[in-house]
Write a protein of this length. Structure first.
Length: 450
C-alpha cells in the first residue's frame, strides 16, 4: 500500500472529516468560553481536546523519532575483508512506515516486510479497549522479531500485540494479548515474549500503598505495571504466563521496587528482554538451571534469573549498568549487556556501552567503546549481537544506525537511514543472518490491492 493510499485509509477510518466538522463547533465554543461567554465555558475542555486530536491526526511522523545525529544515508563504511559475511535484518520506523528491511552486505535492500497495525487489526475498535488503539499510523512502533526460514517473521507491535507475517507481509496469525520488546525462540517451535497482566487482574497486595487499580489504570497510556513472561506456541497461543511483579515482590526486593516506583508508578517492572539460560551460564551460578529465564528489568537496572515454571527468582544483580537492554549469554557463560546509561547523571557526558559481566564474581569490563572516537549513545532501546568472526553488531536505535565493530573498536560496517531531512529513522532491532538463512529464493510478491 502506498503512503498516499495508507494516509487516506487512516483518515477514512478515523472519520477525519466528521471530526473536523464537530471540532469547528468546539473551537468556536472554546474561544467564546475563553472570553467568559455563557454557556460556552463548558466547551473549553472540548476545545482543548479537539486541538490535541487534530494535532494527532495531522502529524507527519512519530514522536519516538529523534533528530539526526549521524549524518549519512545507506552504507557509509565498509571493509569487506573484515566484515562478518551475511545479510542484515533491520526492524523499525523508517520512510514509508513501520517495517522490516533485509539488506545485503553492500547495503542494498533485498526485501521488505510492511507492518501496518490497521491492516493487521482492521477490527481494532472491537478488539481492544480504547486506550490501546493507536490514533494513527504515527502512534505505534514495532520492536522485537524472530525470522523463520520460510520467509515469515514473528514480531511485536509495542504493547499492542504480536503477529506472524508471511514473506509478502500477509498476517498468518495474530495475538491480541499485549506483547512487547523481544521474541526469543525456545528451539522447539515456541517463543518467550514479554507481556502484561492487567492491573485489574493483579492482587491488591502487589499495588503500591495509596493506589487503587483504577488510579494506576488512569496513568497508563498503554498496558503496563505488571509485566509478564509469556510462553507462546507456534500458532500464537499463550501456553504459560509468569508475573515478573510477583516474582520480585515475593523475593523481598523491597529496595528495587521502591526505586522503580519512584521513577514510574505505572511501569516498575519494565521487561525488555528474555534469554534462555544455557548450561554454561547455569554452571556459573549456584541454584540456576539450564532453561531458566534471564530477564532485563529496565527501571530497576537489574538482570534477574527466574525459574521457567513457577517464576521463582533465583539470582539478580543491579548495575553497574543503567536502563540496560539485551543481555546476551556468551558461549563461555558470561553475560554481555547493552548499557544505555543516562546523560541526566552529572555534567560528564555518559554514552552507551557494551559491558561483559562475569556472573560468578560480579565483575564487569567494558567491551565497547574502546577509544574516544568509538562513542555511541541511544537513550532508549539498543541491541547488540556477537558475530561468528568475533566482531559485534551494535544498534544505535535513535540514530537510525547499525554498525559492526571489531574487538579493537574499529568500525568495519556502518549503515544509517534518515527518516526525512531532519529526523533519523528508528532502528528498534537488527540481526546479521547467514546468506542462506531463508529458504525463499524469489522474494517477488503480488501487488497489494488498493
Amino acid at each position: 500500500m502506498s503512503d498516499e493510499v495508507g494516509e487516506k485509509a487512516v483518515s477514512e477510518r478515523r472519520g477525519l472529516g466528521r471530526y473536523v466538522h464537530i471540532g469547528a463547533w468546539f473551537v468556536l465554543g472554546g474561544l467564546l468560553g475563553a472570553l467568559g461567554s455563557f454557556p460556552f465555558g463548558m466547551l473549553e475542555r472540548g476545545f482543548n481536546s479537539t486541538v490535541f486530536m487534530f494535532a494527532e491526526l495531522t502529524r507527519s511522523r512519530s514522536d519516538i523519532l529523534a533528530p539526526i545525529t549521524r549524518p549519512g544515508d545507506g552504507l557509509v563504511t565498509s571493509s569487506p575483508g573484515d566484515v562478518q559475511p551475511g545479510i542484515t535484518l533491520i526492524q523499525g520506523t523508517m520512510p514509508g512506515g513501520t517495517q522490516i528491511r533485509l539488506i545485503d552486505i553492500a547495503g542494498e535492500e533485498l526485501h521488505r516486510w510492511n507492518a501496518d497495525f490497521f491492516e493487521a487489526w482492521p477490527d481494532a475498535d472491537d478488539v481492544f479497549p480504547a486506550n490501546r488503539v493507536p490514533k494513527s499510523r504515527f502512534n505505534y512502533f514495532i520492536q522485537g522479531m524472530h525470522p523463520l526460514r520460510d520467509g515469515s517473521i514473528i514480531m511485536n507491535f509495542g504493547d499492542l500485540g504480536a503477529i506472524r507475517l508471511d514473506a509478502c507481509s500477509n498476517v498468518v496469525w495474530r495475538s491480541d494479548r499485549p506483547m512487547h520488546h523481544s521474541v526469543t525462540p525456545t528451539g522447539d517451535g515456541r517463543f518467550w515474549i514479554p507481556g502484561h497482566i492487567s492491573v485489574f487482574d493483579t492482587p491488591a497486595e502487589y499495588l503500591p500503598r495509596g493506589y487503587t487499580a483504577e488510579d494506576i489504570q488512569e496513568m497508563l497510556t498503554e498496558d503496563g505495571y505488571n509485566n509478564s513472561l509469556l510462553l507462546v506456541t507456534a500458532d500464537g497461543e499463550v501456553e504459560r504466563e509468569i508475573s515478573v511483579l510477583e516474582s520480585v515482590f515475593d523475593a523481598g526486593l523491597e529496595h528495587a521496587l521502591y526505586s522503580s516506583l519512584q521513577e514510574t508508578a505505572s511501569d516498575p517492572t519494565h521487561v525488555n528482554d528474555i534469554e534462555i539460560v544455557t548450561p554454561e551460564l547455569a554452571a556459573r551460578i549456584d541454584g540456576v538451571e539450564e532453561g531458566d529465564l534471564l530477564i532485563s528489568i529496565r527501571e530497576m537496572h537489574m538482570l534477574a534469573i527466574l525459574d521457567e515454571h513457577d517464576g521463582r527468582l533465583k539470582w539478580y544483580q543491579q548495575g553497574p549498568w543503567v536502563r540496560q537492554h539485551d543481555p546476551d549469554i556468551t558461549p563461555a557463560g558470561m553475560i554481555d549487556v547493552f548499557n544505555n546509561r543516562s546523560r541526566l547523571i552529572g555534567a560528564t557526558v555518559r554514552d552507551s556501552q557494551i559491558v561483559r559481566l562475569d556472573p560468578a564474581t560480579g565483575e564487569t569490563v567494558t567491551l565497547h567503546p574502546v577509544a574516544e572516537d568509538d562513542r555511541f549513545y541511544t537513550r532508549i532501546m539498543g541491541e547488540h549481537q556477537l558475530l561468528g568472526n568475533g566482531n559485534r553488531l551494535i544498534i544505535e536505535s535513535l540514530a537510525g544506525r547499525v554498525f559492526e565493530t571489531t574487538p579493537e573498536g574499529e568500525v568495519v560496517w556502518d549503515y544509517r537511514l534518515q527518516y526525512d531531512d531532519e529526523y533519523a529513522s528508528l532502528f528498534s532491532y537488527a540481526m546479521r543472518l547467514p546468506e542462506n538463512y531463508f529458504e525463499e529464493e524469489d522474494w517477488t510478491c503480488p501487488p497489494q490491492a488498493e
